[in-house]
Write a protein of this length. Sequence first.
Length: 313
Amino acid sequence: MPDSAYPIGTPGQAWSDSEKARWRARQTRMRSYADEVQRVIEGLRARFDVEQYGELDYASDRYPLFAVRSRGWDDALPIALVTGGVHGYETSGVHGALQFLESRTAKYAGRINLLVVPCVSPWGYERIQRWNVAAIDPNRSFRENSPAQESAALIRLVAHVRDRVLVHIDLHETTDSDEGEFRPALAARDGKIFEPGIVPDGFYLVDDSEKPQPAFQDAVIAAVAKVTHIAPADEKGEIIGSTVVAPGVIRYALKHLGLCTGVTDARYTTTTEVYPDSPRATPEQCNAAQVAAVCAAIDFALKHSQINAVEAD
C-alpha cells in the first residue's frame, strides 16, 4: 500500500491537528477494558496488592491504570517488572500478563518482588489501536517529558525502584495489521512514503543493542519454542528490517528509541513479539507463549544473579 492510499492526509505532508482529529474520529470502541481487564485485576486483590498508579483523562473517556505487586513486598529483594498492553491492540500481551498473575507466581514468593502492569494503554486496548488518543505511539515515548500520558504514568510508577529492577519483560505482538494499517498510518502521519515489509511468522524477541544479554534471550526463546514456533529470518537474514543475531532475536537501542524496556536500569530486558495471525498459533498458544517467556526471563535472572553473588563472594 503506498502512502497515498491511506485515507487521511496529503502524501508528503505530516498530519496537522485536523488530520489527527479525522483519524481519532475513525476509532471506535470494540471491547471493554473494564470487563476484560479491570475485572480480572480486581479479582487478584485476594492474593496481591493492587494499586491505581494513574488515570488517563481523555475528555469523555477516563481509564484507571493498575499495577499488581507481590504481597509482602520485601525491599531487600530484586524486582521483576512485567508490562503488557503498551500497544493496546496486542491482545496476548495484556492477557498473557494476567494469566501469569493468575497461575504462575507462587514459586517466586520470597525470591523476587513482582511488579506487573497488565495494560499500559487501555484506550488503545478498547479500540484495538497501536497509538493513543493523540496519535502518539506510547512505545516511542518512554523519555523525559513524555508526550504520552500512558508512558509518563509508567515512568512515574517505576521512578523510585528503577535501579532495583533486575529483569523487565515487555509483552508485545507483531500482527498482519502492522502492515495493513499501522505502518501505513505512521507513514501518512509523518509525511513519509510507506515501504511495505514482511510480517514474520512466529515468535521473536528484541534485545538491547547497548547492553545485549544473548544467553538470557536464548533461554527465553528455548522456553517459548516448547509452546509455539519461532520466527525465521527472511532472505536478508532479518526480522522486520533488523539483523537476526540468534534464532528469533534482534536488537534495538532501547533508551534511544524511547521503548518501554528502557524505562529502568534492569540488567536483563527483552520485548516479546507473538504472531497471533499465524495459522499455526491459537489465541491460547499466544497467551501461553507470553507466560512461558515471563517465567523463563525471571528464572534466568534469578539463577544468574545468584551465581554472580556467589562468584563475588
